[in-house]
Design a protein around this ligand. Sequence first.
Ligand code: MEV
Length: 433
Amino acid sequence: MEQIRSSRLSGFYKLSFGERQQQVARWAELTEAEVAVLSGTAGLDPGRADLMIENVVGVYGLPLGIATNFVVNGRDVLVPMAIEEPSVVAGASLAARLARAGGGFQAITTAPEMIGQLQVLDVADPWAARFALLAAREELLALANETDPVIISLGGGARDLEVRVLEHTPVGPMVIVHLIMDCRDAMGANLVNTACEAVAGRVEQITGGRVLLRILSNLADRRLARARCTIPVEALECADFSGEQVARGIVEAWAFAAADPYRAATHNKGIMNGVDAVVVATGNDWRAVEAGAHAYAARSGRYTSLSTWERDPQGHLVGTLEMPLAVGIVGGATRSHPVAQVALKILGVKTARELAEVIVSVGLAQNLAALRALATEGIQRGHMRLHARQVALAAGATGDEVAQVAQRMAEEGVIRIDRAVAILNTLRGNTGS
Ligand code: MEV
């Protein structure tokens, strides 16, 4: 039976590594073996890594943090995030707390449909070929469906056929076939690419042309995720700013991104800080998600913000985020990476669509955290405090020295590697160099 659990883990950040791990283990009912995976003692071992890619010489680690406070579609969620950048996990948790005051995030997704593309060249009459392909729709979909009986048994498979003519390209006209496949809980790259290759011969017969590329499109605009949240204006109040000032500042900051591609790139990068961290933690292909997000942001012909921020009639702040999210919970590294399996268990998601609904909510939360900081004290104060630990580590500090060096730099307001080295030398009584 589903337990009623709160993701509002106040003071979680103050716990030790081991205490946090135990709390999450209890929360998500992790086994000892799963906790060992998180500890790194049974995570991605070299033998397994050697089977995942080519020419393996090691295993690359990243910190795995937990964002707290998330409520997505009424369900409390703890969110595993794999990322090297300080402030991201703290920012997501803070923004999720603000959204919680307004009921959390509502998120929805479209069906998990991916687009596979076939490029048909040397077609004598592209428009006649288009008609002939559309007339053969049922036959081509059936052919695509022969490639994977498992996806059919799960309720997925080929759904539709679209045909476009690109009349003016540097090599002349071409006919582009879109094979739309419902990938259910898989990201679907292999499924789609296999189906595209399978129908290519018949497409050549029908068109009299030559098929060159057969590959999925990362502009997954049939597989969209949308999140929405309402932040009560009083929840936005902070030390030196009223809730009203913060809400207005966030809308003004968003308007800048909506109007200017230079700002939109950074604004969307902030969204992707959250999105990618969960995509990576769950073993999904973050390059695919990145490519889809930015192509979608430019779909009007002008690159713009993926999110919107506005005020409702009561003056509360309302945010939305809409983006393609091609993620899965089966196949690829989602299954073969032990940490990804534990991350999925912590998330408690049962379908790829549910995973996408959490991820798009985290993207919106991350955007809120960034805009809130930028529109008030600026991001450097909070960020540099956290960044100081990394600078201390880079300077060679170990154990307790890390916190001491970081704190000293934060007090001085100078967070630089040369200063960290100097403080470390003083701490160690080494004033020689
Ligand atoms: C830094 O990783 C992300 C931000 O630059 C995002 C933004 O500017 O909105 C803070």
